[in-house]
Design a protein around this ligand. Sequence first.
Ligand code: ATP
Ligand code: MG
Length: 346
Amino acid sequence: MTSSAAETEALLDVRGLTVGFTDVDRSSVTLLRGVDLAVHRGEIVALVGESGCGKTLTTRAVLGLLPTPPLAVRGGEIHFEGIDLLAADGDAWQELRGRAMTLVPQHPLSSLNPVFTVGEQFFDLLSFQGQASLGPVGYWRPRLDRATRARHRAATIEALKSVSLPDPEGLIERYPAELSGGMCQRVLIAMALLSNPRLIIADEPGTALDVTIEAQINRLLLTKVREQGAAMLYITHDLGIARELSDRVFVMYAGSVVETGRTGDVFARPRHPYTRGLLDAVPRLSSAPIKGIRGVLPDPKTLGSGCAFRFRCDYAIAACAARTPPLSQLSGLHASACLRAEEITL
Ligand SMILES: Nc1ncnc2c1ncn2[C@@H]1O[C@H](COP(=O)(O)OP(=O)(O)OP(=O)(O)O)[C@@H](O)[C@H]1O
Ligand SMILES: [Mg+2]
């Protein structure tokens, strides 16, 4: 995609992010193949794509939480507020992660520590977030200080109330296993909002919940993000939710972004056959059969060059195997990584 003033001012700017690992047979496997993604201040951006396309890996790389080894960033750039995150030291990370950038994780039930009460987990967050090392004095001082405990308790109750959790005074004494999935997710949202972050990364925050609770959680998240003037990168494989929530959308396939643009434009006129396929796979309340996309995601171990979607694409031609199409600007913010984007009507 060509550079523009808007892109250089991005809050989060990911360019050409490549992540891979060396397999047991010493072969090199590439999982993220040059991801380009940007989030601007106050903007809600959806990242969509089938299971396994690399959405969570992208967010983990952004948050510096890739399991390294075995995974490693092999190329590209990640900038947050102009800071080069791939070159950032431990202190810079402590400042950013969990403060300026927070995560609502994909699996609410397994993301809280099962052996501490909700109140203790908030206490740790309020006391120690951003501190690299504590030592016994640093650890015990806030715990033994009555005024600090009272202040953190009040802040926790306030945070739990703000995400509409009933009986926050009782809740702080309970363990995660005593809460429902929706309650755990609200607790995690409250934690993610605690530091007034500039960017919230929400990784499929509703996946583990039933649809009515998921809708409530999404509404709540959206309201809180807008209230705080934060930006949000919202990961989902549900296109209906992406359409409802986001200003812009990035569509990922097999480790790279294949289409992006304003959500309304991409949904009204998709310019990549994969996006068209995803839209056709959305269940509707009519009797029309769901079309879906034939085949499955290619195995990253055997995926060579060329368009990764060509094996499943009705529009593929010989040229699609010859080279990997770059994400090319079509009009305004709309860009597609399809060689035939200008020529075919989807
Ligand atoms: N630690 C790891 N080691 C090796 N491969 C991994 C590792 N973590 C993820 N992968 C692979 O990377 C690819 C992308 O995984 P990722 O979790 O990012 O998918 P996703 O788009 O978030 O899927 P979902 O919608 O199911 O959450 C998958 O092929 C997955 O098997
Ligand atoms: Mg995921």
